[in-house]
Ligand binder design. Structure first.
Ligand SMILES: Nc1ncnc2c1ncn2[C@@H]1O[C@H](COP(=O)(O)OP(=O)(O)OP(=O)(O)O)[C@@H](O)[C@H]1O
Length: 239
């Protein structure tokens, strides 16, 4: 549908002469969570980079809520409501929690949607409020991940892209990330979740796309992998 938050159809992506993604198609449904899975080097981060305008890509269709975004700068794509939680979090370690959040705050650029206020961020992540004056670099890995998610939400996204938010986190903290993502999805936010952690993706995602060598190897509702251990093992090497 033209109003789907994100449609990629026949996307090819390149680093210089290196052709990394081949004929990739996917669709994020309104308020849905799409799990983007694949082994190391399968092309997941390149897909995120293509969506946000950081990687050179061409496609038959690349639309955000029906609006073409192909060729736009990362700034324009961000302004159109795409928030990113990058791999490795990339918070500002020498700024405080409060400063990390306020640096991302944005005046709403569109009617009907808005960025989070500090109060919204602190009510979702109470530990960040307790630590608001602390340097972000001194937070635990889990707290830094929550800060990275909070910072992305301060920009008022309609579509949130997360690149391996569970990386390096203890299982208990991964469960916390899962809870937060499910809550965000319940508020109507549409999400693309890049993950190596298949269990987390299965818990949170509505639909999944599995990449293999830069191509879509499987796409379907999350149930299609929950019930097919052989497929998951073949494409992801885990179960
Ligand atoms: N800046 C770059 N220049 C050239 N090739 C790159 C660059 N970044 C990634 N690649 C290559 O593109 C392919 C896809 O990499 P990508 O990082 O998208 O995979 P991924 O699925 O996100 O893997 P990971 O889970 O390890 O992050 C790999 O072969 C990788 O070596």
């Amino acid at each position: 549908m033209a109003t789907d938050p994100l449609v990629l159809d026949g996307l090819d992506a390149f680093y210089g002469d290196s052709h990394v993604l081949h004929d990739l198609s996917l669709r994020v449904r309104a308020g849905g969570v799409l799990g983007l899975l694949g082994r190391n080097g399968a092309g997941k981060s390149t897909c995120i980079g293509s969506i946000v305008g950081l990687v050179r890509a061409k496609a038959r269709e690349m639309t955000l809520y029906g609006e073409p975004i192909q060729g736009l700068s990362p700034e324009r794509i961000s302004q159109k409501g795409v928030g990113v939680v990058p791999q490795g979090r990339r918070i500002f370690p020498s700024l405080t929690v409060h400063e990390n959040l306020t640096v991302a705050a944005r005046t709403p650029s569109r009617e009907g949607w808005r960025g989070w206020s500090l109060e919204d961020a602190f009510s979702a992540f109470p530990r960040l409020e307790e630590r608001r004056r602390q340097f972000a670099g001194s937070l635990s890995g889990g707290e830094q991940q929550m800060l990275a998610i909070g910072r992305a939400l301060m920009t008022g996204p309609r579509l949130l892209l997360l690149d391996e938010p569970s990386e390096g986190l203890a299982p208990q903290i991964v469960a916390e990330v899962a809870r937060v993502l499910k809550e965000l999805s319940r508020t109507g936010l549409s999400i693309v979740l890049v993950e190596q952690n298949v269990k987390l993706a299965m818990e949170v995602a509505d639909d999944v796309v599995i990449l293999n060598n830069g191509r879509v190897a499987h796409a379907g509702p999350v149930e299609s992998i929950q019930t097919d251990g052989e497929l998951v093992e073949q494409l992801l090497g885990v179960y």
